[in-house]
Design a protein around this ligand. Structure first.
Ligand code: CU
Length: 165
């Protein structure tokens, strides 16, 4: 922290994060906790969007996210964006493992839930329910906040380029 003028800004951001976390909702399913649930608002008639969340596993056994359903889209599936040599591409991710006592973060530039064939607009400020199917925790319904801007989670990816998905 070389620039002391940054400090109040950071404190304000920290306070905002605390206030946000008090309001933010989490969904519990057995040892799993789903948080930071957000889906990108749709843009015009573009029929795709992406959803993000964190999945914490407090249990002693791993679980797997097998599939996702959203009434909002013809298909929803885990995707992973990879950047190699400055070129980004994305592909469907195999069943995503949530390690025992571990955490998986879906965030811009990495894992995301790809929504294809949107059946209508996703409007910022709203909520969109999806059902996540886990191997052990079963079917878990969760509401995702529809947002225009979704920042990458601050766990080491903050310096990475921000991608659309
Ligand atoms: Cu994708």
């Amino acid at each position: 922290m070389k620039d002391p003028t940054m400090r109040p800004l950071l404190l304000a951001a920290f306070a905002a994060a605390l206030a946000g976390s008090a309001k933010a909702h989490e969904v519990k399913a057995g040892p799993l906790t789903l948080g930071n649930l957000a889906v990108r608002a749709s843009i015009g008639a573009v029929p795709t969007s992406a959803a993000y969340l964190t999945i914490d596993n407090a249990g002693a056994a791993p679980d797997r996210l097998l599939s996702v359903d959203c009434a909002c889209a013809q298909s929803a599936m885990a995707h992973r964006t990879e950047t190699k040599g400055g070129i980004s591409s994305m592909d469907s991710a195999a069943a995503v493992v949530i390690p025992a006592h571990g955490k998986v973060t879906f965030q811009p530039g990495g894992l995301h839930i790809m929504l294809m064939g949107l059946k209508g607009p996703l409007k910022a400020g709203g909520m969109q329910e999806m059902t996540l199917h886990f191997e052990h925790a079963g079917a878990v319904k969760a509401g995702f906040h529809v947002r225009d801007v979704i920042a990458a989670a601050d766990d080491g990816m903050a310096g990475m380029p921000r991608m659309k998905h």
